[in-house]
Design a protein. Structure first.
Lengths: 232, 294
């Protein structure tokens, strides 16, 4: 199987602080992959390195081509990155947020497919996005990312600040998008239990390097992972 | 009562000029949190260009007006790309210092090119008045108000209804998220400088007939614009325009009805209003108190 996204020895730093050290990982077409790990392990930085939000060393290949440039360029090749904290335009309406998702589409944006997955957005279109609940904002961020018509969706801590029921709902939609649209997903999560339910494989990061990798089943059976990240 | 209405209209006309320059300040502040101290001199410089077009190159006022708006736009975009963009990663204070440097440079340059002497600047509007129910309404005032309202409306339509306008609003709220959606935010900032320069040019060309053309003509206007922007809440474009109009009316009414307030006290009064707003309601009339996560 050829990988859709492949990171080969990717490093990144913030000033003097090395955040990622030779991380290699791969996401296949239509695969859901989770990145787990503690705070500061480099999970967020991994996504940022892919989207070009941080300067990256090493090599990142997407759909057979070497990935270059900043986030504006990466968005154009089909990678949608929902950043930590969701990146909602709080002062804009729900509808304007969605229109921004379709920024790269030519002509009138086609919001039909999005409303199929997120029907409630239609009736809330004129609401200011900042007044939505946390779960709704996360859904809006997902919908907006989907409008980019990506091949790969990168989610940074979608469960952050959400109630367990809402988190499950968010992951249900992610699984839906993956199954029905064939969207590959790379999701960073602290909530390992939820992430492993949706992901087929996962990488565990520790201080900027890949410590463990394997299928979700293997990781769930791994004692170190169980005690450190699953709380079992 | 007649006097009241006359002062009201002349105040609105002054206020429109403050408001358009205040809106220019807000456009840049909202996107980058930088106060562009050169905004007034930029307006002065482009007003000189319009004057040169009229007096030396045979343009009619309105030909020169629209040509100047175009020149101001290109000039604003160019300044952002050449001077401000390289300071992208610098602190806000550094950028503010750069705008102060621009202020001094543009002021000196204008004096050098066109001489520091006072120049007469033609008005596009007749000096006559309409008389409505005993109230003398100056055509000059109504014309100024109309031009500013038209410019602000066009800008509002752009921000409200075009994709580029939407992207500029989104980029001002959350530039990082906008970039992740494919928006080239650095060009939007340059565009913002272009629009701000256009608004400044409008205020300069509208105020010049009544205060004459000199390299220092916009310095007091810029202070009024600061006061107007702060009054409206620095982050609010609507607030800037309303703040400008309110300030203009307030100053005119105070000057008319409170006798100790002579024309010499106009500027100090504006600054007192600015201080009171900062002390009592720092977020202004339309601003919101922003709580930043640290």
């Amino acid at each position: 199987m050829s990988a859709l996204l492949e990171l080969i020895d990717v490093s990144a730093r913030y000033g003097q602080v090395q955040a990622l050290e030779r991380v290699s990982l791969a996401v296949g077409e239509g695969e859901v992959i989770a990145i787990l790990g503690a705070n500061g392990a480099g999970k967020t930085t991994t996504l940022r390195a892919v989207s070009g939000t941080v300067r990256r060393g090493g090599e990142i290949v997407f759909a057979g081509k070497r990935l270059r440039g900043g986030p504006e360029t990466v968005a154009r090749v089909g990678i949608a990155h929902v950043p930590e904290g969701r990146g909602i335009f709080a002062e804009l309406t729900v509808w304007d947020n969605l229109r921004m998702g379709a920024y790269l589409q030519r002509g009138r944006p086609d919001l039909g497919p999005v409303l199929a997955y997120f029907p409630w957005l239609g009736s809330r279109r004129n609401q200011q996005a900042g007044t939505l609940s946390g779960g709704e904002q996360q859904m809006l961020a997902l919908a907006r990312a989907f409008l980019l018509r990506p091949k790969l969706l990168m989610l940074d801590e979608p469960s952050l600040g959400l109630a367990p029921l809402v988190t499950r709902e968010v992951f249900r939609v992610v699984a839906d998008l993956n199954e029905k649209e064939g969207l590959a997903v790379l999701v960073v999560e602290q909530n390992a239990a939820v992430a492993l339910q949706v992901a087929s494989r996962a990488y565990v990061l520790e201080t900027g390097t890949v410590a463990v990798e394997g299928s979700s089943g293997e990781l769930r059976a791994n004692d170190a992972v169980r005690s450190a990240y699953l709380g079992l | 009562m007649q006097q009241f209405f006359q002062q009201l209209i002349s105040g609105l006309s002054d206020g429109a000029i403050f408001g358009s320059l205040a809106l220019a300040l807000v456009l840049i502040y909202k996107a980058t949190e930088v106060i562009n101290f050169a905004q007034g001199e930029l307006a002065m410089f482009t007003t000189y260009i319009s004057w040169a077009l009229i007096t030396h190159h045979g343009f009619s006022f309105w030909e020169a007006f629209f040509a100047t708006l175009l020149i101001a736009f290109v000039f604003g975009v160019g300044l952002q790309r050449v001077v401000i963009r390289p300071l992208e990663k610098a602190s806000v204070l550094t950028v503010v210092m750069a705008t102060i440097a621009l202020l001094v440079i543009l002021n000196g340059l204008a004096a050098w090119i066109w001489s520091p002497q006072l120049q007469f600047y033609p008005s596009p509007f007749p000096t006559s008045t309409w008389v409505v129910g005993g109230v003398h309404i100056s055509k000059q005032d109504v014309g100024t108000l109309g031009v500013v309202i038209a410019c602000v409306t066009v800008l509002w339509l752009f921000f409200r209804f075009t994709k580029l306008g939407l992207a500029m609003r989104a980029g001002a709220v959350n530039p990082a998220a906008a970039r992740l959606l494919g928006v080239r935010t650095t060009w939007l900032l340059a565009l913002g400088w272009g629009f701000a320069a256009v608004l400044g040019a409008v205020s300069g060309m509208m105020v010049a007939p009544s205060i004459f053309l000199t390299p220092n003509m916009m310095q007091a206007v810029l202070i009024y614009a600061f006061a107007a922007a702060v009054l409206g809440g620095l982050e609010s474009p609507v607030g800037a325009v309303v703040g400008g109009l309110a300030l203009g009316v307030l100053l005119d009414l105070l000057g008319t009805y409170v006798h100790p307030i002579t024309p010499e006290l106009r500027l100090p009064v504006a600054l007192v209003i600015l201080l009171i707003v900062l002390l009592v309601r720092p977020a202004g009339l339309f601003g919101r108190v922003v709580v930043r996560r640290v």
